[in-house]
Every structure is written in C-alpha cells, then in structure tokens.
Design a protein around this ligand. Structure first.
Ligand SMILES: Cc1ncc(C[n+]2csc(CCOP(=O)(O)OP(=O)(O)O)c2C)c(N)n1
Ligand code: SF4
Length: 331
C-alpha cells in the first residue's frame, strides 16, 4: 500500500446507540473511511439490526454519508437498486461517474439466513457493490437468538443451555457461498483485532475498487451476547485471531471474464501454526472459550473442547486447509 497515513476523523458521530464495548462502530468506521480513501461516497444499505438501529433511528442519523434502511431480506437487492440508479443517472450526465458507491452493512441473520437469496442475485449479476456482513453470531438486536452463523457450543436465547447440535451440523460457509458465484471479484475474512490494525480498512478499500461484487465477512464482538467485560473487546478479538478461530485472509479473482481463478492470500499467520505445523502449547482454543460466558456450559466438557481444537487445527493445517489454499505467507 502506498499511503499508510490515514485521515482519522470519524465518519460516524459520537453517542450512537450501541452497548458499551460493542464491536459494530469498530467495523463500520474503517469501512466508511476506506470509501473516502478511494474517493467515493458510500451509500450504505443496511437491514434492520444493531448496526442500523445504532446509527440511524429516523429522523436522526449518526452517519455523515447517505443511508438506506432496507427491509430485512433485501439489503443486497436495495444496493442493486442504488447501483442501477447511480448508473442510470451517470449515463444521463446527471451524476458524476464514481461519486457514489453502494455499500451493504448487515448482520449475520440478515446475511446467512433471511437475505441470502438477494445476495446471490447481486453476486451473479456482477454488480459493483461492496457487501459487508458483520457477524456477531446471532440475531443480536432482537435478543441474541440463534442464526446460521451461531458457533457450535454458544449459548443463545433460543438455545438457552448451549447450541450443541447432535447431527452433523456445520452452519453456513459464506466464503464458499461467495466463491460459488464466479462474478465475485474479491472476498475477505477479518475482525477488529490489533494484530493487523489496518486489515479491515485495507480490505474495504479493495472492495470499493475491485470493479465487481466484493464480500467482506467481519467477525464482530458483542459483549451482550458473547459475555465478555466491555473493556476487553480488543483482547477478545485478538484471542480469536491468536487461537486461529478467526483467520485473516482474502481471495482475489484473477484473470478475465472467460478464464479466471480465485487466489487465496493469508494476511496473518498465528504463532500456533508457524512453519505449517501445529504448536499445541501455543494459544489453544480453550483461551477463546474461557473469555466468553456464551461458552460457559459447553466448555465444561473437555472432550468437546478437544473436538473443537481438532476442528480449528484441521481448518489451518489439515488437507485442503487454509495454509494449503493460500499463497506462501509473506510472499
Ligand atoms: C422480516 C423481518 N423479520 C424480523 C424482523 C425483526 N428484527 C429486527 S432486527 C432483527 C435481528 C437482526 O439480526 P442480524 O441480522 O444478525 O443483525 P444484528 O441484530 O445481530 O445486528 C430482527 C429479527 C424484521 N425487522 N423484519
Ligand atoms: S447487542 Fe451486541 S451487537 Fe447489538 S449493540 Fe449490543 S453489543 Fe452491539
């Protein structure tokens, strides 16, 4: 990156309606800043959820840029409408080319469950839209109910003991879903940790400039649902990265319209997996479970923790794991 010196003026007003220690402002602000870094004004489409309710309770808005509050299942369709409107006005010379850029900021409920069909349409049509899913692992705004992104073992208000399915449950893999749409140009996975502080902003910059659909999946800490002390938000995000539960990586589509390939890049290699092997004593997954009361029931079961550890390690160093998919780290 040529310019690592960012303008740090927030794009959101202070005093918005988030719980103390919520990760949402840490997700949204760098994304809005990234839009301005690239010279566009983001038009944010957001489904009902904590993000929207926090920054925009009609008739007030804490966002300096335009916002569209879309119906729950239509964040992507709403952004498609904004894209069509921008393109039409540009074609009539009524709007400057490249002035506005459609952005979606919606939760995991709106993304992995109720809005998934309209995301598929947006991806398939190859529209220039950046879709950001902030994933706190449940429907936070209505009281933290289970969603398709709820991690196994977590307490939610609809799985009050702990979410421990007996069937071979695997949730939904939104990265694989995005990859199933060949028109998607850029896909990234990240969080708000301090390991690579500009990671989210740089990924968003890429998303605003990749000339096609881009998808960012951002794991967002939520003290209310995860059960961590509000001042430990960054420590929780760091633990997610250290233990390998939250990998930082991105995927770029290279080639042309007819012949292309998806290339994977790792953005941070946790010490646990240095050298391409597991160092069992370094940051075991139990560190992640211990920091959050949502796992307080499941983490009592040591066999369950061992299974979770096997699963996380396999995602990194197992056959077809992240380290084999990604270009050599640091290359
Ligand atoms: C069609 C529809 N069903 C239900 C609701 C009620 N509702 C509002 S916000 C919300 C939760 C959204 O969850 P998510 O998308 O994960 O975002 P988060 O609340 O976690 O930020 C629900 C169920 C709604 N607004 N519209
Ligand atoms: S419930 Fe969670 S996601 Fe919603 S505002 Fe509170 S901390 Fe943030």
């Amino acid at each position: 990156m040529e310019n690592n010196r960012y303008d740090e003026t927030p794009q959101m007003s202070p005093g918005m309606a988030y719980c103390a220690g919520c990760g949402i402002p840490l997700v949204i602000n760098p994304i809005l800043k990234a839009a301005h870094d690239t010279g566009v004004i983001p038009v944010t489409n957001s489904a009902s959820g904590c993000a929207m309710v926090g920054f925009h309770i009609y008739p007030h808005s804490g966002m300096k840029d335009p916002v569209v509050h879309v119906v729950f299942e239509t964040s992507a369709a709403g952004a498609s409408g904004v894209r069509a409107s921008i393109d039409e006005q540009v074609s009539r010379d009524e709007l400057k080319e490249g002035l506005f850029y459609p952005l979606v900021i919606s939760g995991d409920g709106a993304t992995t469950d109720i809005g998934i069909a309209s995301i598929s349409g947006m991806f398939a049509r190859g529209e220039r839209i950046l879709y950001v899913c902030y994933d706190n692992g449940f429907y936070a705004n209505t009281g933290c109910q289970y969603s398709s992104a709820t991690p196994v073992g977590a307490h939610t208000t609809t799985t009050p003991h702990a979410f421990l399915p007996t069937a071979d449950y695997q949730g939904k893999d939104m990265i694989a879903f995005a990859l199933a749409h060949p028109a998607v140009k850029y896909i990234a996975h990240t969080t708000v940790s301090r390991h690579w502080p500009n990671d989210l902003r740089e990924k968003a910059r890429k998303g605003f400039t990749c000339d096609g659909p881009a998808y960012l999946h951002v794991i967002q800490p939520c003290p209310r649902g995860w059960g961590y002390p509000q001042n430990l938000i960054l420590q929780v995000a760091d633990a997610g990265v250290d233990t390998g539960v939250i990998p930082l990586y991105h995927i770029e589509r290279e080639g042309d319209r007819f012949v292309h390939t998806f290339k994977w890049y790792l953005d941070y290699l946790p010490e646990r997996y240095e050298g391409g092997v597991v160092h069992p004593e370094i940051h075991p997954v139990s560190e992640w479970f211990e920091m959050q009361t949502r796992f307080k029931v499941s983490r009592k079961d040591l066999e369950w923790i061992a299974d979770m550890q096997r699963s996380v390690d396999h995602k990194w160093v197992g056959e077809g794991g992240l380290l084999s998919k990604c270009q050599p780290y640091g290359s």
